[in-house]
Design a protein around this ligand. Structure first.
Ligand code: NDP
Length: 599
């Protein structure tokens, strides 16, 4: 078997296996299979579906709220723990403080430990580490990236995932194991939200306030608050009047549903949203609920999952350092043959774009055909078809989602792009019909990549980070450093590269941050701050790649393209590619003096 048996590529020989993931770097572009008219007609349909949705929600990102206070405060309650235990406010100093205890913090802290840093504190809202995997415990929660790639530090932890895809509880347990292995529980503070992070120029420390009255100081602060961590709700008229039980997908109330969902056998349940979270939840709800209504605004693209146990032969072959070697290989990408290179060179830019688009459309039509094969009711099958380019929305991989619609107790309420706009005490309303529910689940997503979420960050000269970003746009180096905010590092924020495997990205940033901190320590410098001209160079680099993504204004609205408000020149991810991001990061680190002020 190929060395890469634990990738989807290795699974190609298996009948029904998913197609390979997108590969980095230049791709062979086979000629289009159909006449151009065919593709043009589908593109026109994509544009129509996008325009329809944009017409329904001109308010863009403002259609959502993540301010879950007042009448909406029930959606912010942590169902995973008892009320926070009382404690005295903490007043002390640490060298490195992490805001948030998910993978960003764990991976960077592990690298800091390897470099001899002892004083490390995680401050976390939840009652444990794990971030996404602490909060998202809904039935079916799992990661769509192969576990051997997604689960980080597998070499260091001496761990091999049990299956091709890791379920949520395994990932959460892995987070806890990392925290134990690197002694990160010792100074950790849970049930605590950082509310202010203010630079003290005289003492050259960050002063942090919390919702528990703490007065913390730290030399280095790492914003590790996650890319999708604050639940958001669609603002729907009357939503606060709903009299049944309700929660957000990331705040699953097992007290209500029962651990095995058995309490739902006599309940009518509704779910708003059909994104990646809902796609995993719906098959489980379908089996458990008396009746399930799925309120759909835009369908997801559902591909084959084909989960399977880890191949023991492959596992036995892995030598120490295997995961790093695998990542290095991914980073290099699959090289083109000489023939493929020559073919590509002969194509004009327009021809390359056309072939790329046509290949994407072929893939979407394959996904459409699969729906027709699986879903029995033709009208439901039609409504489940996504009309947009692949990668305009996060692709999903699930083998139980589509069959769920063949059950007699499941009804798809397709809102034809409009969405639910009204909820009464009984339940959601669409086209004049009220759907009375016992339980309503909002699978409506999260606030996206916001630095300093829950937290006001004030740097040198009293400059408020988010106010500055609002006024002049996001300004960073590599998405990590911001001028005038010394010793502050941002993880998972904008202006960094997009990576389908988020932990790969976070590990890359974590390695970089740990190295910067190590070098500042070795120099005996109190502070490290990116130079203004280096920051400006990166902002321009981000702008120069702005249009180069499939997640652009042509796409149907969603959080990938700011709900269609794609006009914020530098306020997004770096689209130059992960390889190039990584190369820039290495170059910056090889000449820190040129890019940073050390004082
Ligand atoms: P998303 O933001 O992706 O999805 C929100 C859903 O709610 C969309 O389907 C949206 O429709 C819908 N919606 C919003 N308002 C309304 C309304 N008024 N009426 C009807 N529908 C509405 O959130 P998710 O939590 O699903 O996923 C967030 C991200 O988390 C994913 O993109 C992925 O990165 C990650 N994730 C990864 C998983 C994995 O590895 N498998 C699993 C789960 C999440 P519309 O599309 O029209 O906006």
């Amino acid at each position: 078997m190929a060395d890469d048996a634990n990738t989807n590529e290795g699974a190609k020989a298996v009948e029904g296996a998913p197609p390979p993931r997108p590969v980095r770097g230049p791709q062979p572009l086979p000629p289009s299979a159909q006449p151009q008219d065919h593709y043009d007609a589908i593109k026109a349909k994509f544009a129509e579906a996008r325009d329809l949705r944009l017409g329904y929600r001109p308010q863009g990102t403002a259609q959502f709220t993540s301010e879950l206070t007042g009448e909406l405060s029930r959606y912010a309650v942590n169902p995973h723990t008892e009320v926070a235990p009382p404690r005295e406010p903490i007043r002390d100093h640490v060298e490195c403080l992490f805001i948030g205890g998910g993978f960003s913090a764990l991976l960077t802290a592990a690298r800091l430990r390897e470099r001899g840093v002892e004083s490390i504190r995680i401050v976390e809202r939840g009652s444990d580490v794990g971030g996404t995997w602490y909060w998202n415990r809904y039935p079916g929660a799992a990661c769509d990236v192969p576990a051997a790639d997604y689960l980080p530090l597998l070499d260091e932890m001496g761990y091999l995932p049990a299956r091709f895809y890791a379920p949520g509880p395994e990932i959460f347990a892995h987070c806890q194991a990392i925290a134990r292995r690197y002694d990160l529980y010792d100074l950790a503070v849970f049930h605590t939200t950082i509310t202010s992070t203010i630079w003290d120029d005289q003492a050259q420390v960050w002063r942090l306030g919390t919702d528990r009255g703490d007065e913390l100081t730290a030399r280095f602060v790492i914003c590790a608050n996650g890319t999708l961590s604050k639940p958001k709700l669609s603002k729907i008229a009357g939503m606060e009047t709903f009299a049944g039980h309700a929660f957000h997908s990331s705040r699953w109330d097992f007290g209500y549903t029962g651990d095995d969902l058995s309490n739902l056998s006599d309940k009518v349940v509704g779910i708003i949203g059909t994104g990646a979270s809902a796609v995993q939840i719906i098959p489980r709800l379908a089996k458990a609920a008396k009746h399930l209504y799925v309120f759909q605004r835009t369908p997801s693209a559902i591909d084959i999952r084909n989960d399977r146990p880890t191949d023991p032969e492959w596992a036995a072959r892995q030598q120490p350092g295997w995961q790093q070697a695998r990542r290095d290989k991914h980073l290099r990408g699959r090289p083109l043959t000489e023939e493929q290179k020559a073919e590509l060179a002969a194509l004009t830019r327009e021809e390359k774009i056309r072939r790329q688009e046509n290949g994407n459309i072929d893939n979407m039509m394959r996904i459409h055909r699969r729906i027709d094969e699986i879903v029995q009711d033709p009208a439901t099958a039609e409504a489940l078809k996504p009309w947009y380019m692949y990668m305009c929305k996060r692709p999903c991989f699930d083998d139980e989602y589509l069959p769920a619609y063949n059950r007699p107790n499941v009804t798809l309420v397709d809102t034809h792009g409009e969405g639910i706009t009204e909820i009464t005490a009984q339940g959601p309303v669409f086209e004049g019909q009220t759907y009375p529910l016992d339980l309503l689940i909002y699978a409506t997503g999260f606030e996206v990549q916001k630095t300093g979420i829950y937290n006001r960050i004030v740097g040198q000269g009293g400059v408020d980070l988010n106010q500055r970003y609002d006024e002049v746009g996001i300004r960073t180096l590599l998405g990590v450093h911001s001028h005038g905010f010394p010793n502050l590092f941002i993880m998972g924020g904008y202006q960094a590269s997009f990576q389908f495997n988020l932990t790969f990205m976070l590990q890359t940033q974590g390695d970089h941050i740990a190295e910067c901190i190590k070098l500042a320590r070795e120099k005996g410098a109190a502070t490290i701050d990116v130079k203004a001209d280096t920051e400006e160079w990166w902002v321009q680099e981000v702008i120069s790649h702005r249009g180069k993504t499939s997640r652009n204004a042509d796409c149907t609205p969603g959080y990938y393209n700011f709900e269609g408000e794609f006009n914020r020149r530098q306020d997004g991810n770096y689209n130059g590619g992960f390889q190039q991001y990584f190369t820039h990061m290495s170059a910056v680190r090889s000449d820190l003096e040129a890019h940073f002020d050390f004082r």
